[in-house]
Ligand binder design. Sequence first.
Ligand code: FES
Length: 288
Amino acid sequence: MLPTPSKIQDMTCEVVHNRDCGNGLKIMRLRPLATNGAPASFECQPGQFVMLDLPASEFRFRRPFSILATYNSCDLDIYYKIVGEGTRMMQELMQGDHIQCLGPLGIGFNEPKEPETTLYIGGGIGIAPLYLMQRCVKTPGHCFYGVRGQEDIGLEFELKDAFGEENLHISTDDGSYGFHGNVCGLLEQYSDKILAAQEAYICGPTRMMEAAAALLYRINPQLRVQVSLEEHMPCGTGACTGCVVSRSDQYLPSKVCVEGPVFDARSIQWDGTLLPMSAFCEESPCPL
Ligand code: FES
């Protein structure tokens, strides 16, 4: 059963650790501090996110990060990759440093009805909410994880522990580990699992999510596919309209930060309107 999320709080958190996972990937564990004598607590659902106030005055807006894990209804882990000035500053935070954290925000994934056949499809650091879901439901589903190369797997030990070695399928663009190719090519090898599944969760780069959803629908049109969108989020609370996404099932667009980030894949107006997989492979062989 998924945990009941905490109320949204602006928490002062202490950095418990900020550890390397290789190749610019890191896990930062945060511990909310008690306020006004009340013990701190934090709980969230897979797919929800937090906004971190990065330690520099030149960043006017907080940055969104999805949650990799929670511990004891208090600590939370953020899985991130150092890609710009903000994450470069994040990596310098040390044990005992403080950071403001707003959350949990947004609407996460629905709980799977048949966990053992559920498909978890991740790209890059998009694996974070899928790992959290697996930790919550415990019954292993099938995980398909695409990265550029072996050094980008980052969480191999954790993923094997959560899904089991036999249920973890990894693709690398450069062929240095597992299936040689992208995660859609990997998925195509497992059409039996796609046909047997009722639900699939996808999180990663937008084009990868669209192509993966198109592939899943082609093989099993009955599948319920949820995607967790990655958008720029200046406020994270619905105040700025900086994160809207067009919908295919309604006239008005949606704010990803409050109506998502998780949506039914068919409800999104994708740029390529659900790309055929060939478009993903030929135009963008290395999207992660
Ligand atoms: Fe401001 Fe969504 S980030 S409305």
